[in-house]
Design a protein around this ligand. Structure first.
Ligand SMILES: *Cc1c(COP(=O)(O)O)cnc(C)c1O
Length: 370
C-alpha cells in the first residue's frame, strides 16, 4: 500500500544526516530541531502556532483538554473515520454524537451535523478524510451560529487546501479553533515512528496546549494544569524537517498516480472513482473506489492473488464496533456509513508509484470489470 523504502532511498543522504546530527548532539528531547520544525510547518501552513506532540491521537485529546470540554458535553463527529477520533472523546468522558458522512465525498455531512446540534453540543470534529477537506465553510457558519468549537482532524490531509466562496484559500487544519494532525509513517507527511501536532491561531490557547503537552507546566516543576507527556522526539522532528521540504512534491506525486487510476478506471461499470469536491484540493492520502453490487470483496481477493494489496478503510462503522456499542445506536441508524463500509476499496497510494506499477494494477481491475 505504501513504499516507504524507495522514498527513503531517494532522500537517504539528507535523512541520515538529520538523524546522526541529533544523535551526536544528544538533544533527544526538545532539541532545536523540534522548534525549527514547528516554525517551518507554521510558515508552510500560514497560520500562527504549531505545537508538536507524540502522535495524532494525543493531538486530538490535548485539543479537547485545552478547550475545557467537560464530561457530558456533546461532540459531533463522523461515523466514517479512524477510531482515534472517537476514542479520545470517550476517554475524556464526553458524549460522542455520530453522524453520517456524505456518500460521494466520504466526508462528514453538513446536513447531518445541522440535525445533530443540541443545546449541549460543544464541539464538532470534522475529519478531512482520505486527503480531501470536509466542507468547512458551512460547518464554520453553523459553529458560529450555535457557539460551537471546531476541532479539525487533519491526520489524513496535511497540505490540502480549502477554497472559501470569497476566493480565500486556507490549509487544512487552519480553519477551525484547533487543527490536529499525525506524522505516522504512512501519512502524507510522515516521520519514522510516531508524531503529531496541533495548529491554532489563538495565542492563549497555544500556550495552554504547549503546557499540556509537557505535564501542564510552563515553569519547570510548577504545574498549572493537569497535563500529559506528549512530545515529538527530536530525531523525528529532524526527519520531518527534511520531508516537509518535499511535501508538495509528495502530494503532487500522489495526485499524478490518482489521475492515472482515474483515466483507467472511470467508466467501468460498477466502479466509482473518488469524487473531487469543488471546494478542496485532494492530496490522496488514500485513493478509494466504491465497488457496487457486492463485488468489492471478490475484487480485493482477485488483486491479492496478483500480489496487489488493497485495503478496506473502514470495514466496520464506528457505531457497530464492540467497544462502542454502549453509545446505544441501532445497526440501521447509519445507512450511508453501512453502505460505504461494504463498498469501499483503497488501492496502493504513495509517492513512488510508477507507470508500470499503475498499469499493472489498473490492468488487473479492468480485466475483471470489462
Ligand atoms: C492516523 C489518524 C489518527 C491518529 O493518528 P496517530 O498518530 O496514529 O495517533 C487520527 N485520525 C485520523 C483520521 C487518522 O487517520
Amino acid at each position: 500500500m505504501v513504499d516507504l523504502r524507495s522514498q527513503y532511498e531517494r532522500l537517504k543522504a539528507d535523512i541520515d544526516n538529520a538523524i546522526t546530527g541529533v544523535i551526536s548532539s544528544t538533544a533527544f528531547i526538545k532539541g532545536p530541531d523540534v522548534r525549527l520544525f514547528e516554525e517551518e510547518l507554521q510558515r508552510y501552513l500560514g497560520n500562527r502556532h504549531v505545537i508538536s506532540c507524540a502522535n495524532g491521537t494525543d493531538a486530538l485529546q490535548i485539543a479537547m483538554m485545552a478547550l475545557g470540554l467537560k464530561p457530558g458535553d456533546e461532540v459531533i463527529t463522523t461515523n466514517f473515520t479512524f477510531i482515534a477520533t472517537v476514542e479520545v472523546i470517550e476517554l475524556l468522558g464526553l458524549k460522542t454524537v455520530l453522524v453520517e458522512p456524505d456518500y460521494g465525498s466520504f466526508n462528514i455531512s453538513v446536513e447531518a451535523i445541522r440535525r445533530a446540534i443540541t443545546p449541549r453540543t460543544r464541539a464538532i470534529v470534522p475529519v478531512h478524510l482520505f486527503g480531501q477537506c470536509a466542507d468547512m465553510e458551512p460547518i464554520l457558519d453553523l459553529a458560529r451560529q450555535h457557539d460551537i468549537l471546531v476541532i479539525e482532524d487533519v491526520a489524513q490531509a496535511t497540505g490540502a487546501e480549502y477554497r472559501f466562496s470569497d476566493g480565500t484559500v486556507k490549509k487544512a487544519g487552519t480553519m477551525g479553533t484547533i487543527g490536529c494532525t499525525s506524522f505516522f509513517p504512512s501519512k502524507n507527511l510522515g516521520c519514522y515512528g510516531d508524531g503529531g501536532a496541533l495548529f491554532t491561531d489563538n495565542d492563549e490557547l497555544a500556550a495552554l496546549i504547549r503546557s499540556i503537552t509537557n505535564h501542564g507546566m510552563k515553569v519547570r516543576y510548577y504545574h498549572d494544569t493537569i497535563g500529559v507527556n506528549s512530545r515529538l522526539d527530536t530525531i523525528q522532528a529532524a526527519i520531518l524537517r527534511v520531508k516537509l521540504r518535499h511535501l508538495d512534491a509528495f502530494n503532487e506525486a500522489r495526485a499524478r498516480a490518482a489521475a492515472f487510476y482515474d483515466t483507467q478506471l472511470s467508466g467501468l461499470s460498477g466502479i466509482t472513482v473518488p469524487e473531487r469536491s469543488a471546494f478542496s484540493s485532494h492530496i490522496f492520502h488514500q485513493y478509494t473506489l466504491r465497488i457496487a453490487g457486492g463485488e468489492r470483496n471478490s475484487l480485493r481477493e482477485c488483486l491479492e492473488n496478483e500480489g496487489i494489496p488493497a485495503m478496506i478503510y473502514y470495514p466496520v462503522p464506528l457505531h457497530m464496533q464492540k467497544a462502542y456499542l454502549h453509545l446505544g445506536y441501532r445497526p440501521d441508524d447509519f445507512p450511508v456509513t453501512t453502505n460505504l463500509s461494504g463498498e469501499v476499496l483503497s488501492l496502493p497510494m504513495h509517492t513512488e508509484l510508477d507507470d508500470e506499477q499503475l498499469a499493472y494494477i489498473t490492468g488487473c481491475i479492468r480485466s475483471k470489470f470489462n
